[in-house]
Design a protein around this ligand. Structure first.
Ligand SMILES: O=c1ccn([C@@H]2O[C@H](COP(=O)(O)O)[C@@H](O)[C@H]2O)c(=O)[nH]1
Length: 278
C-alpha cells in the first residue's frame, strides 16, 4: 500500500506551505523535569501530547527521537504510536529518528516497522545508518520507494566524533560521507521535484559534502543547542537551499510546557529559515 505522492513531493509541498522546519520531539529527562513532569511514561505522554498540540498542522515536519520513547519500553512505544498517528492525521510529515542500520535481511524488518502502512509505527520517513554498507539499506530503500515514503541516510552527522569515520577517504578517493551522498544521488536521479532518498548533514560542520548531485532532501540537525545557526545552514547548503530541512529540537522545546509558547517558538524558528524557499 502507498502513501500517494512521493515523500520528496510531499515534503516540497509541506515546506512551501508551512515553512522549512522539522521540529524535534526529544523528551530528554532534563526537559521533562524543566516542564514539571515526572520522568516516567505518564510524564512522557504529557510532554508528547503538548508537542503534538503545538506542532500538528503548524509545521512541515516533526522528528520524534525514538531513543527517548524506547527508554520507557512498551509504554513509551504506545506514546510514540499515538503521536505519529495524530501528527500524520493533521498532515504534518513525521520523520522517525530511529537511525536503524543492520544486515540487509534485518533491515527488511525495520522497513516493515517504520514504513509499512499497516504498522502502528508507520512514519513518512525514517533515519538509517549506512555504516554496514550502503547496499545493506536496500530493503528499506525498496520499501520506501514502493510506499512513497522517505529515508534519510546519515552522511555527515553533527557530532564531532562522526568525522573519524565520515571524513575518512574511501575507495575512489572520496570521503565516506561523499560516497553516501553520491549513492543517494544516483538513486534520486531524474526525480521531480526531488527524490525521496535524503541525507543527514549536520549544521555544526565546517564543510559539507558536495550536495549538488543529490536531488533529494537534506535533513540538517545541529541548529540551536549544538551551536549551528541559520547562517551555517545557508553556508553548508549553498546551491541546494530548497532541499534543506533544518531540524531543531531543544531550542524549541525549551519554550515549553505552554502549548502556545511552543508553537510560537516553532513558527519563529521556521520564519528564520524562510530564506531557504527564495
Ligand atoms: O547528525 C545528527 C543526526 C541526528 N541528530 C538528532 O537530531 C536531534 C538534535 O537535537 P537538538 O536538541 O536540536 O540538538 C537529536 O534527536 C539528535 O539525535 C543530530 O543531532 N545530529
Amino acid at each position: 500500500m502507498s502513501f500517494g505522492p512521493s515523500f520528496g513531493a510531499r515534503l516540497f509541498e509541506a515546506t512551501a506551505a508551512r515553512g522549512p522546519l522539522c521540529a524535534g520531539i526529544d523528551p530528554h529527562a532534563a526537559l521533562l523535569q524543566a516542564w514539571g513532569l515526572s520522568d516516567d511514561a505518564a510524564g512522557l505522554a504529557e510532554f508528547t501530547d503538548r508537542c503534538v498540540q503545538a506542532f500538528a498542522g503548524h509545521v512541515a515536519a516533526v522528528k520524534p527521537q525514538v531513543a527517548f520513547f524506547e527508554r520507557f519500553g512498551s509504554a513509551g512505544y504506545a506514546v510514540l504510536e499515538r503521536a505519529i498517528a495524530a501528527l500524520r492525521e493533521a498532515g504534518t510529515l513525521v520523520v522517525a529518528d530511529a537511525k536503524r542500520g543492520d544486515i540487509g535481511s534485518t533491515m527488511a524488518g525495520y522497513a516493515s516497522a517504520w514504513l509499512d502502512v499497516s504498522s502502528p509505527l508507520c512514519a513518512d520517513a525514517v533515519t538509517v545508518s549506512p555504516y554496514l554498507g550502503f547496499g545493506s539499506l536496500d530493503p528499506v530503500l525498496q520499501a520506501a520507494e514502493d510506499a512513497g515514503a522517505g529515508v534519510f541516510v546519515l552522511a555527515a552527522t553533527s557530532n564531532p566524533e562522526g568525522a573519524q569515520i565520515q571524513r575518512a577517504v574511501a575507495a575512489g578517493g572520496r570521503s565516506v560521507a561523499q560516497t553516501m551522498v553520491d549513492e543517494a544521488g544516483a538513486r534520486n536521479a531524474g526525480a521531480e521535484p526531488m527524490g525521496s532518498l535524503g541525507v543527514v548533514v549536520g549544521a555544526t560542520l565546517t564543510e559539507a559534502p558536495d550536495l549538488a548531485g543529490l536531488n533529494g532532501p537534506i535533513l540538517m540537525p545541529g541548529v540551536g543547542a549544538q551551536g549551528g545557526t541559520a547562517e551555517d545552514v545557508s553556508r553548508l547548503a549553498a546551491g541546494n537551499l530548497r532541499a534543506v530541512l533544518p531540524s531543531v529540537s531543544r531550542e524549541i522545546l525549551r519554550a515549553g510546557p505552554d502549548v502556545a509558547a511552543l508553537r510560537v517558538a516553532a513558527e519563529r524558528s521556521a520564519e528564520g529559515f524562510a530564506f531557504l524557499l527564495d
